[in-house]
Write a protein that binds this ligand. Structure first.
Ligand code: GLN
Length: 261
């Protein structure tokens, strides 16, 4: 089997180690004999539907976000990405990327940036800098959501009683609209806005969150959840991933949970 990962604006939006998520996805596929191709999708590139099996969109500063937001709208790539998510293609977006996949992002200076409209959420710059280790408990509904999707990965993979750990660094505050599903509940850290105890958002198989780190190497079950979803949507069949020896990953994960929660 083969996966083609679309790295959205990897040349402009890849701060705080977010490219480590691409490396993690690639390695966890290759260790299982799954071929992986990663393609950068940036300003001026064309994006055709059904060209990718998964998307990754990392963090970036306001200046890069302004350039990228314009391109997403003017080039029509935002509309294609939204349609891809609607058909179930998995997406992981972090911080600045996450902010641009909501309804809008209002930076400190300059005009409001239209979002792609995947997540029922909006972001406004704030005077608070939310920075530090973050631990969340994935919400049950993110599991119900996956259970509803007929190709859903075995929802035990994103076990409700496990935690996700990462590192956040943002001043933007994201607010979820009614009906939006948070990725999880903040155990330690700020999360979406340091006010309502939510972190991230999940819609179909698209995840947005503030967890840099990189996120996936320390949360192997989430990496595998994304890989499994991508394979199941692409090949239209249930896929059981061969377990990997995750001793090191789990040690790093459990240390962070113990140390920071
Ligand atoms: N500029 C955005 C903020 O500060 C996103 C920063 C990031 O991607 N870490 O909220």
């Amino acid at each position: 089997m083969k996966l083609i990962i679309g790295y959205l604006y990897g040349d402009l939006m890849n701060i705080y180690g977010d490219t480590g998520n691409i490396i993690c996805l690639k390695k966890r596929c290759e260790w299982r004999g799954i071929e992986v191709e990663v393609k950068n999708i940036s300003v001026g590139d064309k994006l055709k539907p059904r060209g990718f099996d998964m998307y990754f969109f990392g963090g970036g500063q306001d200046q890069a976000q302004t350039q990228v937001a314009g391109d997403l709208t003017e080039s029509g790539k935002g509309k294609v990405v939204r349609e891809e998510v609607e058909r179930g293609v998995p997406m992981l977006s972090i911080c600045g990327g996450y902010q641009l996949l909501g309804k809008f992002y209002q930076p400190f200076e300059g005009k409001k940036l239209d979002g792609v409209g995947i997540f029922p959420a909006y972001t406004k710059a704030s005077n608070d800098r939310m920075i530090g280790n973050i631990v969340i408990k994935p919400s049950a509904f993110s599991l119900q959501l996956s259970a509803k999707n007929k190709y859903a990965a075995d929802s035990r993979q994103l076990i409700a009683d496990s935690y996700l750990v990462g590192f956040e660094n943002h001043s933007g505050k994201t607010f979820l609209e009614n009906g939006a599903k948070p990725l999880g509940k903040v155990i330690k850290g700020s999360g979406n806005n340091s006010e309502d105890g939510t972190e991230g958002c999940i819609y179909k198989n698209a995840i947005g969150c503030y967890m840099h780190g990189s996120l996936l190497p320390k949360n192997p079950q989430l990496a595998d959840w994304l890989i499994q979803k991508a394979l199941e949507i692409k090949y239209e069949k249930k896929v059981k991933l061969k377990p990997l020896g995750d001793e090191l990953e789990n040690k790093a994960h459990d240390f962070a949970v113990k140390e920071f929660s």
